[in-house]
Design a binder for this molecule. Structure first.
Ligand code: CP
Ligand code: NVA
Length: 308
């Protein structure tokens, strides 16, 4: 019997050991890329990228990364494919996965990507759903390790919405052994079931006061107040989140060498001040670049397993 196909639909799909491998591999791939050394481990392979929501970083990082690995990409959106004309996701999955070697999808409900994966012959990667954004946290933790070493035992403060990023950070905390402090306005808390690793291992603590969540933190991170798909709630969210803006006072109570991260796109003056995101503790540009290096390691691993 053939091995089951490995997908990457949420952070908890991999073990801590697999993450240790991926972080090392991403570092090697990044080093080689910076040194202009060829690294064509996926020659002749094709990645299909399906976007049902907008993207800058996810598209560029997967597309550039796949070419750098010797492969190529096909880019689809709901607007320019039959997905927008109600072709069932199951049929789309069957067809795309007969012609390509991996599929990255950015969509709405997690159930939609899970259904795609069920009917796919090739690995499926979550490029963001309403519930999770695992490729981003893969890159974020890789970035943390580059700057400060292992994240195990460290404290991460999540300030803002209990959204796809927060759920994914919570899964990562339980899996990789760091503490996540989550501070959200009332009514925007993380969903306990989505954020837990296996329904039981809880990797986060809730804080009503964002300042208290930041106290002594090694990393302070946030995200937009209104995620894609929730635009109708924008006005209500602007009011509810007014005190959840990461500013210099919050950074001042974190550790003196604390880092600031944001998956981007950012709204300066809403979830973060310009002073913080453009300041010396911010590593947001490294974080964005590392999407590409980390995802190259992920693509290689899903298609070929561990390479020497
Ligand atoms: N951080 C992130 O996923 O960015 P994009 O929406 O631009 O892909
Ligand atoms: N939480 C944001 C992340 C964007 C990369 C969203 O889902 O829109």
């Amino acid at each position: 019997m053939s091995e089951p196909i490995k997908h990457y639909l949420q952070f908890s799909d991999f073990t801590a050991d697999e993450y240790a491998y991926l972080f090392e591999r991403a570092a090697l791939i990044k080093r080689k890329f910076k040194a202009y050394e060829k690294h064509h481990t996926l020659s002749d392979r094709t990645l299909a990228m399906v976007f049902e929501k907008a993207s800058t970083r996810t598209r560029v990082s997967f597309e550039a990364g796949m070419y750098q690995l010797g492969g190529s990409v096909v880019h689809l959106t709901s607007g320019d494919s039959q997905l927008g004309r109600s072709e069932p996701i199951e049929d789309t999955a069957r067809v795309i996965s007969r012609m390509t070697d991996a599929v990255m999808i950015r969509t709405f409900e997690q159930a939609r990507i899970a259904r795609f994966a069920e009917y796919s012959r090739v690995p499926v990667i979550n490029g963001l759903t309403n519930e999770y954004h695992p490729c981003q946290i893969l890159a974020d933790i890789f970035t943390y390790i580059e700057h400060r070493g292992s994240i195990a035992g460290k404290t991460v403060a999540w300030i803002g919405d209990g959204n796809n990023m927060a759920n994914t950070w919570a899964q990562a905390a339980a899996l990789l052994g760091f503490t996540l402090r989550v501070s959200t306005p009332h009514g925007y808390e993380v969903d306990t079931e989505l954020a837990a690793l296996d329904g039981s291992s809880r990797g986060w603590q809730n804080f009503n006061d964002p300042m208290a969540a930041c106290e002594g933190a090694d990393l302070v991170t946030t995200d937009v107040w209104t995620s894609m798909g929730y635009e109708a709630e924008n006005d209500a969210r602007k009011k509810a989140f007014a005190d959840w803006c990461v500013d210099a006072d919050m950074m001042a109570v974190a550790k003196p060498d604390a880092l600031f991260m944001h998956c981007l796109p950012a709204h300066r003056g809403e979830e973060v001040t310009a002073e913080v995101i453009d300041g010396p503790q911010s590593v947001v540009w490294d974080e964005a670049e590392n999407r590409m290096h980390a995802q190259k390691a992920l693509l290689e691993y899903l298609l070929r397993g561990r390479l020497a």
